[in-house]
Each structure stands twice: as C-alpha cells, then as structure tokens.
Design a protein around this ligand. Structure first.
Ligand code: 2P0
Length: 329
C-alpha cells in the first residue's frame, strides 16, 4: 500500500479566480493552463495500520493543518477507496512552495495520484482530476500534460467539473514559460482567501466572469493553431483582469512588489524591441514570461539582468502526473 507519483506545476493562461462552491470545490469559471516541465513535486504515500495518524512531511518539514486540508484530502481518498487507514506522506518540490508558484497544484496532484494508487483505487485520469479538484482547484489541471482545460461544469456534485488535455506536451514544444523568482517568502494572502474575498467584495467581479468564455475560446483555438500572439496576448490580459479584480476588492489584495513591476516593464520594453514576450502573474509576486524558443535566450538574459530577479526557471510544456518506482522512503 505504498506508491510514489511525480507531478508538474501548471501556470494558467486563462485564470481560475473564484469559487461557486467551497464544498465540493467548484469554480466560477473555466481555465486553461500549461503544465510546466521543470517545476516538479514528488510524493510518496504509504497506508499502514502501523500509523496512528496521518503524517505529512513537505520539504523536510512536518505539515500542520491549514486551510489546504491535506489530511482531509487523504481521508477523502480513503473513503472513496473504502479503506480506513492512516498514511505517511513525504513530498519534495524542486521549486519554492507557497510563493504563487502553483506548488499546491503539483503537490495535490502528486498526492492524489500516489494516494489513490496506494489505496488500491483504479480510476481514469478524468476521475483522478475530479478527486484532485476537491483538494485544490488548480491541481486538477496538473493531472494532465501539455495544455489543459478545466471545464467549470454546471452540476453541484462536481461530476462535470474536471480537467482535460487540449494537446499533449509534444504538440507545441516551442512554447516557453520562464518563471522569475523574486522572493521566496510565504505570501501574505492565500489564493484561497483572496479569491473568496474577491467574489464577495469586488464590484467588478461580474465583469471578470463576462470575459472569460471568449478568452477560453481564443486560447484554446490559439493553442491548436500554435498562434503564439493570440495565446500570449489573451493570457496576459486574463492575468491583468484577474489582478484588477483583486486590487478592486476591500481590503485590496496586492501581490505586486517593485520587482514584479520591474519585470513587467522590462517585458513591455522587449516588445518595443521586437521580441515576442508576454507576462502572466498568479497569487504572488513572481512574474512568468511567455515566449517561443527563438527568443528564449534573449528573454532569459534580460530577465536575469534585472535587480529584483533572483533567478529564473525555464519551463517547456511538460508531462502530466505519473507514477514512478523510486519511493522517497
Ligand atoms: C490559477 N490560481 O488558475 C489561479 C490564478 C492563482 C491565480 O488557481 O482554493 O490553489 O485550492 O482551489 O487552486 C490558485 O488557487 O485554490 C489558483 P484552491 P488554488 O492557477
């Protein structure tokens, strides 16, 4: 009853921002992401009657219960599998956690896949994405590789709210997502709290929802046509609209720090100079920059020259979650 899975983080091109239900987690809007090779979490789960409680160790630190209820998610998987056992979980990520870098996406998808296997569950990827979504919304997209759409669904039981691959990682290997690391501190407002506050308080939230469907159409079509400008322009605009709803919330949520602005202005300058680079930002100060292989060296060079940038991580379209043989314990 032991299994290990790896999963990559994903960065949304059309953002998920807001829930219509917290239990089960159901989004207000659909979203599309790229699964990012190079930002990976590996998780080993073992169920045994020798364990009296769930123990979860993430990057060498014991995880205490917080709003992301990992222990509850393990119980959920046990219930679905019809077992009543406690688990030991060890998880390691190769990038900073909880800094708006989608660590919960890779974490929850690796955990769900490993725990389902260790619990003896035999489910399809679609079913796995539905289970993963109940732990953390955006994580359901990391079950799949390449470019992925999370359908918001309509039903209250969540059976039609799942992720699906649009194209696999080999379809558009030229697409690049360069993540800038500007600071490794834990973020001040969690994405879960931030989105709840936005839905409750932002007068522009309805406006956000009105534009999502056309962004989804543009990005989905753009990916299939490998139309970089269509995808990247729409993605940048989706991120800005999402941040506009955060800023117009009471109290305002501002993940932007001076280094974020420095990167954004640098990307805009790149465009003035004829380089096709676009930015996106999530619930943290790190900015991610989209470009194609032909511009990758110049974009990376310019980003790494900025004062506020500690380092960059170059991501290509990556694999979905998968089981591996090598356990962490
Ligand atoms: C996204 N984010 O689409 C958006 C963009 C952050 C900004 O999904 O409460 O950790 O666990 O469902 O998935 C982050 O939110 O929130 C997120 P929960 P989650 O990637």
């Amino acid at each position: 009853m032991k299994a290990t899975a790896t999963a990559n983080a994903n960065i949304a091109l059309v953002k998920y921002w807001g829930k219509r239900s917290t239990d089960p987690i159901l989004p207000q809007n659909g979203s599309i992401s790229m699964t990012c090779n190079g930002m990976t979490t590996t998780t080993t789960v073992e169920f045994s009657d020798k364990y009296k409680e769930h123990t979860v160790i993430i990057n060498d630190e014991e995880f205490k219960k917080d709003e992301k209820d990992i222990h509850g998610h393990i119980d959920r998987i046990c219930k679905i599998a019809g077992i009543n056992l406690k688990a030991k979980v060890i998880s390691e990520s190769n990038f900073p956690v909880a800094a708006g870098l989608a660590s919960s996406a890779s974490g929850f998808s690796a955990l769900t896949m490993a725990a389902a296997k260790a619990a003896g569950l035999n489910v399809s990827s679609k079913e796995l994405s539905i289970i993963t979504r109940q732990g953390s919304g955006s994580a359901c997209r990391s079950i799949f590789g390449g470019f992925v759409e999370w359908h918001k669904g309509e039903k209250q039981d969540g059976s039609d709210s799942y992720a699906e691959e649009i194209v696999d990682k080999n379809y558009w290997p030229d697409f690049r997502m360069i993540t800038t690391i500007v600071e490794v501190k834990k973020k001040p407002v969690s994405s879960r709290g931030g989105m709840a506050q936005t839905v409750a308080n932002c007068p522009y939230y309805e406006g956000w929802l009105k534009t999502v469907e056309s962004d989804l159409d543009a990005v989905r079509t753009g990916i299939k046509q490998k139309d970089f400008l269509k995808v990247a322009e729409t993605a940048e605009y989706s991120a800005l609209k999402m941040h506009a709803t955060m800023i117009a919330t009471k109290p305002p949520i501002m993940y932007w720090i001076p280094a974020s602005m420095e990167i954004i202005h640098s990307v805009r300058q790149m465009r003035e100079d004829g380089i096709h680079a676009y930015f996106t930002m999530d619930a943290g100060p790190n900015v991610k920059v989209m470009c194609l292989t032909k511009d990758e060296k110049e974009v990376s060079k310019r980003l790494n020259e900025l004062d506020g940038v500690v380092r960059t991580i170059l991501c290509t379209p990556g694999d979905g979650a998968k089981l591996v043989d090598k356990h962490l314990f």
